[in-house]
Design a protein around this ligand. Structure first.
Ligand SMILES: *Cc1c(COP(=O)(O)O)cnc(C)c1O
Length: 395
């Protein structure tokens, strides 16, 4: 029987009931501007400051180190451009990143490159990992910033953030991490892990879209990205998205409080998917088997075209995602899959299934019950598969 299964939680997540309930008063009766002096303005201000405390608590920092933004992309752009411009004033114009970052990071550093910054792109290995020594070796006297993601959004690998943070702190280089996929799913402590700047987004952890935060360690100077009013202590202008900020705080508190049990539940579902799908002939798991987000399963099927696979899954009620990134109208496979060394045609046949704690064992059973047949049908129509089988027999 057909069933609706949402398995694209790395793209966005369903808003939780508690999150929605916490937001509604700020969309209705508490509509005041936090900068106003009358009571409904003050109430809104108090809500924003309470939210700041909640986010700080989840990351192990002080409330004054949290700045609300319009999402993960803004937090990434602000951290990277803000730090780069501030460091340039000290003559430091070298940036270190990896070749498999989210576009919010990659395109931000590419924009800086056009302005004369020098960027080192560290290559990830075939599992999507980099070693702390790669970072240590790349640091120079003029290095302004190291920006390396906490966990990859496509293949789910979790990078050695604490080790990288330690190296950067020892070498006195600023360290930013895009933790959009990690917050709420992996235990984070910015102080222990020596993180200077960290980006997060509400809609990846059952919060609303269009709101996120940047943690900026006390004493770290970054230039403003958005000038205007005195909001966020003069560092990020614009009237606060009060309901969104309250929703973010509820979401981050909810997910960090239940982190272990949710991660365990998600990892069990993920592992069932991996166990089942890897039994399909000529299929590989992308990303590291162990150092992996609890909700992420990413596969490549030889002789299958990712877009067709997504359409077939959609017809069966399953929402998933592929690495062939045709959303951009581009035929190039994802830079992440190419970065881990997949040949173009294999990268084209990729599937990301990302589960959340709202998925059930029945959802997983359903996916397992339809996937073999779909792959079989697609391969039966594929000239590429025909060639693979023929060559396989000959060799
Ligand atoms: C989703 C995502 C972003 C962008 O966050 P938005 O809030 O959608 O702007 C950035 N980095 C990673 C790793 C992401 O998964």
């Amino acid at each position: 029987m057909k069933r609706f299964v949402y398995a694209d939680n790395a793209a966005t997540t369903k808003i939780s009931d508690a999150v929605l309930d916490s937001m509604l008063p700020y969309l209705k009766e508490h509509y005041g501007n936090p900068s106003s002096i009358y009571s409904i303005g003050r109430d809104a201000k108090i809500a924003v400051e309470n939210a700041r405390k909640q986010v700080a608590e989840a990351l192990g920092c002080e409330p004054r180190e949290i700045f609300f933004t319009s999402g993960g992309s803004e937090a990434d752009n602000w951290a990277i451009k803000g730090a780069a411009y501030a460091q340039k004033a000290k003559g430091k114009t070298h940036i270190i990143t990896t070749n498999f970052e989210h576009h919010a990071v990659l395109h931000a550093v590419q924009a800086l490159e056009k302005e004369g910054f020098d960027v080192t792109y560290l290559s990830v290995d075939e599992k999507g990992l980099i070693s702390p020594s790669q970072v240590a070796d790349a640091i120079r006297d003029d290095t302004a910033l190291v920006t390396i993601m906490y966990a990859n959004n496509e293949i789910g690998t979790i990078l050695p953030i604490a080790e990288i943070g330690k190296i950067c702190r020892e070498k006195k280089v600023l360290f930013h991490t895009d933790a959009v996929q990690a917050v709420g799913h992996v235990a984070i402590d910015v102080k222990e892990q020596n993180i200077d700047l960290l980006s997060l987004s509400a809609h990846k952890l059952h919060g609303p879209k269009g709101v996120g935060a940047l943690y900026c360690r006390k004493g770290v100077v970054i230039r403003n990205l958005i000038d205007g009013g005195a909001q966020e202590r003069g560092k990020r202008a614009s009237t606060e998205n009060v309901a969104g900020i309250v929703g973010l705080a509820t979401a981050i508190t909810e997910s960090t409080e239940h982190l272990e049990e949710n991660a365990k539940k998600m990892a069990a579902m993920r592992d069932r998917l991996i166990g089942h799908i890897l039994k399909i002939d000529r299929t590989r798991l992308n990303g590291d088997r162990e150092k992996r987000l609890p909700g992420n399963a990413n596969f490549s099927f030889e002789g299958v075209e990712g877009e067709s696979l997504l359409l077939m899954l959609d017809l069966s009620g399953v929402c998933a995602s592929s690495g062939s990134a045709c959303t951009s109208g581009s035929l190039d496979p994802s830079h992440v899959l190419l970065a881990i060394g997949l040949p173009h045609e294999v990268a084209h046949g990729s599937l990301r299934l990302s589960v959340s704690e709202y998925n059930t064992d029945e959802d997983i059973e359903y996916i397992c019950s339809i996937i073999d047949g779909i792959i079989e049908r697609l391969r039966a129509m594929s000239p590429l598969w025909e060639r693979i089988v023929k060559e396989g027999k000959e060799s």
